[in-house]
Design a protein around this ligand. Structure first.
Ligand SMILES: [Ca+2]
Ligand SMILES: [Ca+2]
Ligand SMILES: [Ca+2]
Ligand SMILES: [Ca+2]
Length: 456
């Protein structure tokens, strides 16, 4: 039996209509989906902008604090701001949050970074350290240490194992040896013998702690030795900024204890110690008849007590230079940096760190070093050490609303001329998440509990 023709045509129309409907639904779904991704991207972008603005705000906050903690008399000029004075961990700012990624002077076992400012004077200065001092850094090679000296010295004669113009001109992409001081530590990447392993070590995201990918061997970059501890690169221990202005808190030049006319010194001693005690100290100082290579040596010879010396340390100097470059703050320097200082070295660095650990209250002064070391070593180390700092790094990371839009920028501030001045700024976004596992989990929880579920 044959089907009537009209039925057959209706069937075909139905199928065509079904196909069209199907097509339209697919299109609607497709556009819906793409709109959702657009929306999500815009939302993430907005969070990123929030994070960037939080970093700008945090950078101003740090600059403001560095200036005003001194102005308001909370701390002395040259002091390292205490962690309690500058907020640094998960600080809310509108819907955003920021952190200051710091460095601990002890090896961190935790999964979370240390938060706070970084004292640039806790590091070795690339422009003043000798090749022997540089060589004592972990992972450093004698060749790189020598090449650093050749890079910054004005002449074109290579030192032993060094590298001058010929070494750089022989490269496929040739360039010249700088023959001038380093302006940033990143410049080290241009110096002969500098490899990423030596510069960055295992710290792929530059946060000072051992992240999972930094302890899994070759499974994920970087290559690491899987030994459960972070082998830090030398960049963490180097600076180009450390500079002491050699002025008293009132802005006048410090009193040079080696200057022939000692009337200023006598006045200061009398003012701080009273006439009879000042006279006793004066006998010790003039009696030794020597010039002092460092304030530490002056302190030892003067036979003052640590408390007496601390009262005038910021007023004294052994030179009349307007500034002193490259002193290492013995109160904040990590073991690896102390091991580079003549008179301390790898042998006595641990003993200095141990002696420091029990003295948190007196850390404005360097007088305690005289007890931590024997006299000869202390006198040898003295010219390289200080108890003061005037340059600080704020490594600021931030996220926008719901923990999204992670950003990170590093700033260096200089307070040697009084008010804080931002002297360096660098984007660190490309190194990825640097705030540890716990902060990541807290941010994820934020998204789960406060995020609109339809956005996910
Ligand atoms: Ca040179
Ligand atoms: Ca790390
Ligand atoms: Ca790895
Ligand atoms: Ca390791």
């Amino acid at each position: 039996m044959k089907m009537p023709r009209t039925h057959c045509r209706r069937g075909s129309v139905l199928i065509i209509v079904l196909w069209i409907t199907f097509g339209l639904i697919s299109l609607a779904l497709y556009f819906g989906n793409s709109m959702f991704f657009e929306f999500r991207a815009a939302d993430n972008h907005a969070s990123g902008v929030e994070a960037e603005l939080a970093i700008e705000g945090a950078a101003r906050y740090v600059g403001y604090m560095l200036t005003n903690l001194v102005t308001l008399g909370v701390m002395e000029q040259g002091q390292v701001p205490d962690a309690q004075w500058v907020q640094s961990e998960e600080v809310p700012l509108g819907e955003a949050t920021f952190w200051l990624i710091g460095r601990s002077d002890q090896e961190l076992q935790a999964q979370d970074p240390y938060f706070g400012l970084v004292d640039e004077s806790s590091k070795l200065n690339l422009n003043t350290a000798t090749a022997a001092m540089l060589e004592a850094l972990p992972g450093m090679t004698p060749n790189l240490a020598a090449a650093i000296v050749d890079w910054r010295d004005a002449d074109a004669d290579p030192v032993d194992n060094g590298a001058e113009d010929e070494a750089y001109q022989a490269l496929i992409q040739a360039y010249s040896c700088k023959n001038a001081p380093f302006e940033t530590v990143e410049e080290l990447r241009l110096v002969a013998g500098a490899t990423p392993e030596i510069l960055y070590g295992e710290d792929y995201n530059r946060n000072g702690i051992l992240d999972a990918n930094e302890n899994d061997g070759e499974l994920s970059p970087p290559f690491d030795n899987r030994d459960g501890r972070l082998d830090r690169g030398i960049l963490d221990f180097l600076t180009v900024y450390s500079l002491d202005p050699n002025t008293r808190t009132n802005g006048s030049p410090r009193i040079d204890v080696n200057a022939a006319t000692g009337t200023d010194l006598t006045t200061l001693l009398q003012e701080k110690l009273g006439e009879s005690r000042a006279a006793e100290v004066q006998v010790q100082i003039t009696g030794s008849g020597a010039t002092y290579s460092s304030l530490l040596e002056f302190f030892i010879r003067s036979q003052m007590t640590a408390t007496e010396f601390a009262m005038m340390e910021g007023d004294l100097s052994v030179t009349n230079a307007t500034s002193i470059r490259g002193l290492v703050n013995v109160n904040t320097a990590p073991l690896e940096v102390l091991a580079c200082i003549p008179g301390i070295g790898p042998e006595k660095a641990a003993q200095v760190v141990a002696a420091r650990a029990g003295r948190q209250t007196e850390l404005k002064s360097l007088a305690w070093v005289a007890e931590a070391l024997d006299e000869t070593s202390a006198v040898q180390a003295g010219p390289y050490l200080t108890g003061r700092s005037y340059q600080f790094t704020a490594d600021i990371a931030a996220v926008g609303r719901l923990g999204r839009g992670y950003r990170r920028t590093r700033f260096v501030y200089d307070v040697s001329q009084g008010d804080s001045k931002m002297i360096y700024r660098r984007d660190l976004n490309r190194f990825g998440w640097a705030l540890g596992i716990e902060a990541r989990e807290r941010m994820n929880t934020l998204e789960l509990t406060q995020g609109n579920s339809s956005y996910r």
